[in-house]
Design a protein around this ligand. Structure first.
Ligand SMILES: [Zn+2]
Length: 236
């Protein structure tokens, strides 16, 4: 199995101080990625996600709404898809939390076109891509972090996840339907003033990550609240 994938799942990927070591190993693994990861065994997997409504599950134990990037992306999708039926959001427990990103109307040049995109049938640590954004020219496979997290993941972890998913993405029915003929790019999205945003903008600790993101051709999106709307901008 791919060495690359193991790097993504290494526990120290979330520790800023191990950045240089991990980055060096990552670049090494990348060189031999196609040999390590047997792409010919990969087939498109049909999606399993229920896309009939937003729902917004409540945690059955304490009645609070679950708020993670999967919920966030689902809410953004149902609020912003053009063919959305209004009642699809009725059951969502996060309906009134636009100021935290849930059910916010997306403004700017980028549209939300899909969520929980299944890149491949390969299991073992390959999850779904959080969100697909698109502008006139490109579709963007996007790894998303919510504005607030108890244990925020690092930019390096986001980079490794999206780079991995991009590399194992295969064309199938889902791909055709969502991406079509648009060239596919990879991207990460964080919110303004989030832990990831602060690191990215910090001249001391953000510089290595910025360089690495550039090297991998990863678009960086920053989402910013403007009242109950959210403006998505490409900042790198
Ligand atoms: Zn929702």
């Amino acid at each position: 199995m791919s060495k690359f994938k193991w790097i993504k799942d290494r526990s120290d990927v979330n520790n800023q101080s191990t950045f240089d070591e991990v980055a060096a190993e990552l670049l090494d693994a990348l060189k031999s990625f196609d040999e390590n990861f047997d792409l010919k065994d990969i087939e498109a997997r049909e999606e399993e996600t229920d896309r009939s409504s937003c729902k917004g599950f409540l945690d059955t134990d304490d009645g609070t709404a679950k708020t993670n990037e999967r919920r966030l992306c689902k809410c953004l999708y149902f609020t912003n898809t053009e063919n959305k039926v209004k009642t699809k959001c009725d059951g969502c427990a996060l309906k009134d939390r636009q100021s935290e990103g849930y059910h916010a109307k997306v403004i700017g040049n980028f549209k939300v076109i899909y969520y929980e995109f299944v890149p491949t049938n390969k299991g073992n640590g390959i999850g779904n891509v959080d969100l697909i954004l698109a502008d006139e020219n490109f579709a963007y496979l996007t790894e998303v972090k919510p504005p607030r997290e108890e244990n925020p993941e690092t930019l390096l972890r986001m980079l490794l996840e999206i780079e991995t998913y991009y590399r194992v993405t295969v064309k199938g029915k889902q791909y055709e339907k969502v991406v079509g003929d648009k060239p596919l790019r990879k991207a990460i999205l964080f919110f303004k003033d989030s832990p990831q945003y602060k690191v990215y903008c910090d001249s001391a600790c953000g510089v290595n990550t910025k360089e690495l993101l550039k090297k991998f051709g990863i678009t960086v999106f920053c989402a910013e609240f403007t009242g109950t709307e959210v403006l998505i901008k490409a900042i790198g």
